[in-house]
Design a protein around this ligand. Sequence first.
Ligand code: SF4
Ligand code: SF4
Ligand code: SF4
Length: 303
Amino acid sequence: MSLLQHWLESLDYDYQILPTCTHVQSPRSSCRECIDHCPEQAIFFKDGKPFIDTVKCTQCSHCIVACPVQAVEGFLPKRTVENNRLIVSNKDVISLKELLVYYQKQVTTIVFKDEDASAEWQEMIKSANESLCELGEAAFTIQFDKAVEETEQTMTRKELFSFWKKDVKNIAKEMAPAKWRFNQESLNLIKYYPDHQFIDFSLNTSACTLCKACEILCPKACIHLTDTHFTVAPEQCSNCSLCEDICPEQAISITSKISPVTQVNYWIRENACVSCEENFKTLDEDEHMCHACRKKKEFLFMQ
Ligand code: SF4
Ligand code: SF4
Ligand code: SF4
C-alpha cells in the first residue's frame, strides 16, 4: 500500500480506543475523561474498558482531546488557517489543548467572521490566554473580518474511495495535506511546552513503601526509583492519575497546575528496624520500623 493510499485512508475512519488506555494498564484506573466528554453518550465501559459505539459517534473529537494519554485514535475536524491566522465560526468552539498547540505552531491570531464572539468562545479565549500567561507567552490576537471564509474539506470513507478510483492525482491536489488537521498524538501538550509542567506531584514520604508500582505503570515514564533516590520528571506527566489510582498506600497526589519545570527528588535512606532488626529502605528518616513489621503491628492493633 502506497504512502498516498495510507494518507487518504487515514483522512476518514472510525475512532478507536488504543491499548495505551489506562484501563488496559490497570483495572484500578479511575479515568473516564473520554466518557464524560462525549456529548453523544457514545462511549461506555465494556468488560472494564471504554468502548466506542461507532453508530452513535459523530467524530466530534471531544474524546480525543480529553484523553490524557492520547489513547483515543482518530483525527480532529480540519481547521482553516491562513497566514498564521485561525479562521473560526461562532458555532465551532475549539478546545483549549488544540489552541495551545496552534499557538506553538505560530498561529497566534484567531479571526471571527461575526463581530460578536459567542459566550463559549469568550470563555475559551479567556482560559487559553490565562494558560498562555502562566506559560510565559503573550495572549492570542483576536480579529474580526467579514470577508474571510471558513472552509471545511471532509469526505466520507465511501466518497473517498469512489473518488480515489476515478482520479487519484486530482484528489491529492484537491485535498490539502493534513497540516491543520491534528490526530491524537498532535495533542500531547508536553511536547510543545518543554520548559513547563502541567501538574503538581506530591508524595507522602511516610506512607510510600517503595513498592515501585507507580514506576512500573506510569505511561509516560515520569517516575524512577534507584537505590538512593525517588525522582519524578513532572514535565513528562500527562495528568492521567494512574499512579494515584494504583498506589496501594494512597501516597501520591496529582493536581493540575502550570508552572516552570521543577524536578521532584526524594532521598531514599536505609534504617534498621527496631522490631525485626533487619535493614530496610524508607523515604522517611524518622521511620524505624520496616514496612512488613509496621503492617503486622497495624493488623494486630485492628484485632
Ligand atoms: S480518556 Fe483515555 S485513558 Fe481515560 S478511559 Fe478514555 S481512553 Fe482510557
Ligand atoms: S508511591 Fe505508592 S506505588 Fe509508588 S513506590 Fe511508593 S508505595 Fe509504591
Ligand atoms: S506521573 Fe502519574 S499522573 Fe503523571 S503520567 Fe505518570 S502515572 Fe500518569
